[in-house]
Design a binder for this molecule. Sequence first.
Ligand code: HEC
Length: 75
Amino acid sequence: MFVNNGCQHCHTIRGQGGEKGPDLSGVGRTLNKTQIRTQITQGGRQMPSFGEILKVSEVDDLVAYLHSCRDKKSK
Ligand code: HEC
């Protein structure tokens, strides 16, 4: 899911992916589900919005997945 939608083009998760955006391996520790959902559907300063690209169920899956990513920062 994360890989297919191009998120990994900019984001590293668990050691794999791009570096344009922040590493998301521990994003579940810093953002709540609402914040993660808003970031995906509305985008951010340098992140495109995915609200019109992804189905609601796909956003739900991503939010659940990212919220479960609670690794300690590796660097
Ligand atoms: C074109 C590059 C790019 C793509 C593609 C991208 N992002 Fe981002 N993302 C960013 C950048 C840059 C930020 C940093 C904050 C900002 O610009 O809003 C960010 C921030 C985030 C954050 C908040 C992280 C934090 O710690 O505050 C989340 C969550 C996130 N992205 C999830 C996703 C998901 C899920 C996808 C795929 C559907 C995705 N991103 C695709 C560039 C991208």
